[in-house]
Design a binder for this molecule. Structure first.
Ligand SMILES: *[C@@H]1O[C@H](CO)[C@@H](O)[C@H](O)[C@H]1NC(C)=O
Ligand SMILES: *[C@@H]1O[C@H](CO)[C@@H](O)[C@H](O)[C@H]1NC(C)=O
Ligand SMILES: *[C@@H]1O[C@H](CO)[C@@H](O)[C@H](O)[C@H]1NC(C)=O
Ligand SMILES: *[C@@H]1O[C@H](CO)[C@@H](O)[C@H](O)[C@H]1NC(C)=O
Ligand SMILES: *[C@@H]1O[C@H](CO)[C@@H](O)[C@H](O)[C@H]1NC(C)=O
Length: 473
């Protein structure tokens, strides 16, 4: 039960967020901005476009009062906001949920990209222990449970242009872990207690469930938190499936030269030139502030600055200042412009460019094929699995959303999630509903609230390569 006090706090947060974003939340849909023009980037009055870019350092993110884009902790299915598919809700169809394919980005973390000149603030990860031990599958002896304790040695000369503290970059933060735990609890309430799909208890080799992650510690650490929220009483270890990293079908595992040539083509268009040109002044300013003048990686796209600022705000830190000069800091307005540029970039990479079909194929096509095969197995009643949960990256979620034809694609935030629900009607037909971060996804094919499963497979099939070797070159 939520207390009245929590309700009042949520309202206060809501009105404060109106004040800080500069745009009335009531007037915009924070999930679907007008990303098709660079005025979205240059119009400073758009602020965060109704999005949230902050989270506490050592606690779970506050529960949202409504489903808004939250880069630090994207919404997910929750009993307070979940509704049955319309035809089921209004009893025009009698149907039962039979399968859930769930994909999520890892939870919040430290940045990948440390400012080239060094950071004016240290990151602290003492409050979370990334465990590292391996154990025999059967028998003993059991391992000593060692964990990574990152530290900085002040005599290390390279620290001068890096960052102090006790974190790896990237790594899951305690806030990310706690958000993951809540994420799992909320899924259990919807898909377990309410809909009876997710089993209440598990055993180690349970055939009804399947968990997969990339080979990154970020996604593995997230899985530990989320799955604990799902099964608070479970004892012992549990398999988290992975493919070998060099051939992994997620997180750009398998080698494919065409990824780079296609991206070069995408980033050689007049639209991309305009994107670079309208943001030139801000880029120059930030490059001066943070010694990024000679770092092409920081200048060619907005990925690195956005990542750096997001990680700070999403873990309770301030935006950065020039090293040794606390009077020259990034302003909230500048950060919001960087985030809008990041949104534009994601929409362009995965929706707006002329080479998008091929780009999605070379990045995510093999994973999309795996998902489509699982849907076929459900349709042919060959699937033992009822619940599959994949812990992946923004670079996996974004092409999937592109393949679904999302109407506008903001950068998928931390724990951004796609829930493919498959329903079987009493007449024996299979239908799908697709939720993006807790809402039926709006696409160029309409809102995916209730579509024949075969139609969903058709939509995805466009992005399954016929011959990946020929395509990759
Ligand atoms: C951009 O999208 C908005 C709605 O999101 C639409 O009204 C407008 O016509 C689009 N503009 C272009 C140039 O496609
Ligand atoms: C900027 O956005 C505001 C709020 O949506 C809008 O009223 C204004 O017309 C926009 N300005 C430009 C130049 O597009
Ligand atoms: C139930 O909802 C569906 C989808 O919105 C609609 O097409 C149908 O007409 C509704 N039926 C009734 C009986 O309200
Ligand atoms: C790290 O901390 C030391 C000691 O406080 C300080 O001298 C140094 O400038 C810091 N380095 C960075 C990159 O923040
Ligand atoms: C990208 O698309 C353009 C326009 O359709 C095409 O001419 C070009 O060959 C494509 N480039 C790549 C690398 O696919």
């Amino acid at each position: 039960m939520r207390s009245v006090y929590e309700g009042i706090l949520d309202m206060l947060t809501f009105f404060l967020s109106l004040f800080f974003t500069g745009v009335s939340l009531a007037a915009v849909d924070s999930f679907y901005p007008p990303l098709n023009h660079t005025t979205y980037i240059t119009n400073a009055s758009l602020g965060s476009y109704g999005g949230v870019f902050s989270a506490p350092s050592d606690q779970a993110s506050p529960p949202p009062s409504e489903i808004v884009y939250n880069y630090c902790s994207m919404p997910h299915p929750h009993v307070d906001t979940y509704s049955l598919p319309q035809p089921v809700a209004n009893h025009s169809v009698s149907a039962k949920l039979v399968y859930l394919e769930y994909l999520q980005r890892h939870q919040r973390r430290t940045p990948y990209n440390i400012l080239p000149g060094g950071e004016n603030q240290e990151y602290n990860c003492d409050n979370i222990h990334p465990h590292l031990f391996a154990a025999p599958a059967t028998g003993g002896p059991p391992p000593l449970q060692v964990y990574a304790q990152t530290y900085t040695d002040p005599t290390n000369p390279f620290l001068t242009h890096y960052v102090n503290g006790s974190c790896q970059y990237p790594q899951l933060t305690i806030g990310g872990y706690l958000d993951g735990f809540q994420h799992g609890r909320d899924l259990r309430a919807v898909y377990g207690a309410k809909l009876g799909l997710i089993p209440e208890t598990l055993h180690e080799n349970d055939k009804r469930v399947w968990f997969r992650s990339s080979s990154s510690p970020l996604t593995q650490g997230s899985a530990g938190g989320v799955l604990r929220g799902l099964w608070p009483e479970y004892k012992g270890p549990l398999p988290l499936h992975q493919q070998a990293s060099s051939v992994d079908t997620v997180n750009r595992g398998f080698p494919c030269a065409a990824r780079d040539t296609t991206l070069d083509a995408i980033q050689s268009s007049p639209e991309w030139d305009e994107y670079i040109q309208v943001t030139a002044q801000l880029r120059d300013h930030l490059a001066d502030l943070f010694d990024a003048r000679d770092s092409a990686d920081w200048l060619e796209t907005w990925d690195h600055f956005a990542d750096n600022f997001q990680a700070r705000l999403c873990n309770g830190y301030n935006l950065p200042c020039r090293l040794g000069d606390e009077s020259q800091c990034v302003s909230k307005e500048q950060a919001f412009t960087v985030f809008r540029a990041g949104d534009w970039m994601y929409n362009y990479w995965w929706r707006g460019n002329a080479n998008v079909t091929e780009y999605i194929q070379v990045i995510e096509g093999m994973f999309i094929a795996e998902i489509a095969r699982k849907f076929e197995a459900v349709r042919e009643r060959r699937s033992d699995i009822v619940y599959s949960h994949n812990f992946v990256h923004d670079g996996d979620i974004a092409p999937l959303l592109g393949a679904l034809g999302i109407r506008a694609l903001r950068w998928p935030g931390m724990a951004a999630n796609i829930a493919f629900e498959i329903w079987e009607t009493s007449a024996g037909g299979f239908y799908a509903r697709v939720l993006y971060s807790g809402r039926a996804i709006e696409t160029i094919h309409g809102t995916l609230e209730w579509i024949p499963l075969t139609k969903l497979i058709d939509i995805l099939s466009v992005y399954i390569p016929e011959d990946i070797f020929a395509l990759c070159g």
